[in-house]
Design a protein around this ligand. Structure first.
Ligand code: GDP
Length: 402
């Protein structure tokens, strides 16, 4: 139990500070190596003749969002632009395009652009998630990642069409004469799928019609693509290259491995009762150890794709969890696929995170692991965990999504 409100506030402040610190760390890492911001599709096409995710390259040529998109944005019509900012709801924090949002901030501030935050893939969430709750989750998380203002927050599924009508209605209201629509987001958040969906919603072509959208067949988009008059009122749509977020472990995976990590079906929870000293392996990509907390056991709920193996080791002492990883990462603990791939993913290391939960039998906090999924934590009070993953992969604590 929390002692009193002041204590709770202090803890919330601590978490916020921690979040700010991580954000600054990521920005600093990006400044040191600007090559980390890149268009994955362009890179793969140019260098491999194939589409994204085929190479386990981490450092790739730079895609300068500011230069490419900024110059074009400056030349937008008098009404400015509407930005559809896409995030993947099941990988919210790591798919959030933090650099693009930083860059867009002055335009948002002076109202040259309106941003619609579009959280895609809601079909993957369990049915018990309510729209209101997920929506306020998205709004709060986006704010904490630097999005000053959103003209709307939309939960959609480009696959099932959920939420597309409401999004289209707001778009129609915003599309005055001369406005353009820009679609911005990390790779794999579903930009192409959404554009096709929107085009069809307004009786436009689909990729099979051989029109401009043929370029939206996976992997054929190079650079910024203008889709002239795709939406009503003669509105042009600009599709921007998928930003490669190096802090998503999925961005380092081969095509086959990435397909295992990207969930295809609604996520189903795997809940473990974990003792102090116990560990959960998430394939060979991450591991969460329960170090200490107010209860001897905590409930940890793993939310990852069905194809990612998870495995609980009762007591991690005597190096049991380490030994298991050494022996099976890339094999029984997959993805990655193959022992030789393990080292290619970057140095394996750990960091300690503190979680302040308010209920021991429901997850009130999450530990999210970029490009992989998240672990919901059921604990009443302050608990600490050691999270193992590859260097540079985003690990964050946040309010619980489910
Ligand atoms: P882009 O790289 O941002 O253009 O993303 P794509 O449109 O190519 O989609 C990337 C992957 O996510 C593909 O495997 C899509 O089938 C999948 N995807 C896109 N939208 C959705 C969605 O609404 N729900 C689900 N479950 N998967 C989606």
């Amino acid at each position: 139990m929390f002692d009193d409100d002041d204590d709770r506030r202090d803890r919330d402040d601590d978490e916020e500070e921690e979040e700010d610190r991580r954000r600054e760390e990521r920005k600093a890492a990006r400044k040191k190596n600007p090559n980390l911001v890149t268009c994955a599709r362009c890179y793969s096409l140019r260098h491999h003749g194939v589409v994204k995710n085929q190479a386990a390259e981490i450092l790739m040529p730079s895609f300068d969002f500011g230069r490419v998109v900024g110059n074009k944005l400056k030349r937008t019509g008098p009404g400015g632009a509407v930005i559809l900012l896409l995030v993947d709801i099941v990988d919210f924090d790591a798919s959030f395009p933090i650099d693009a949002v930083d860059f867009l901030d002055p335009y948002v501030k002076d109202e040259t652009v309106d941003v619609l935050l579009v959280a895609n893939k809601v079909d993957l969430l369990p049915t018990r998630c309510t729209r209101a709750r997920v929506s306020s989750f998205a709004r709060r998380r986006a704010k904490s990642h630097g999005l000053r203002k959103a003209a709307g927050v939309h939960l959609v599924s480009a696959h099932t069409g959920m939420g597309i009508n409401t999004l289209s209605e707001q778009l129609m209201q915003l599309l005055e004469d001369g406005r353009e629509v820009w679609v911005v987001g990390a790779q794999n958040v579903g930009k192409s799928s959404l554009i096709v969906r929107l085009s069809r919603r307004f009786d436009g072509p689909g990729p099979e019609d051989g029109g401009p959208l043929a370029s939206h067949l996976p992997g054929t988009t190079l650079g910024v693509v203008k889709l002239p008059k795709l939406l009503p009122n003669g509105t042009d749509v600009y599709d921007t290259p998928g930003l490669l977020q190096p802090f998503q472990v999925s961005s380092r995976l081969t095509g086959e491995e990435a397909r295992m990590v990207l969930p295809r079906r609604r996520l189903s929870p795997r809940t473990y009762r974990v003792e102090v000293g116990g560990s959960i392996h998430l394939g060979g990509l991450a591991r969460v150890d329960y170090l200490d907390g107010p209860q001897r056991t905590v409930y940890l709920t793993v939310w990852v794709s069905d194809d990612v193996v998870s495995h609980y080791v009762v007591r991690g002492e005597n190096g049991k969890a380490d030994a298991l990883y050494e022996k099976h990462a890339g094999g029984k603990l997959s993805p990655p696929i193959g022992e030789n791939r393990v080292k290619q993913l970057g140095e394996w290391g750990s960091r300690t995170v503190t979680v302040y939960g308010t209920d021991w039998n429901t997850s009130t906090r999450d530990i999210s692991i970029g490009g992989l999924g998240w672990v919901g934590v059921g604990v009443n009070g302050e608990a600490s965990f050691r999270v193992w993953t590859h260097e540079g992969v985003n690990v964050e604590t946040r309010e619980a999504l489910v």
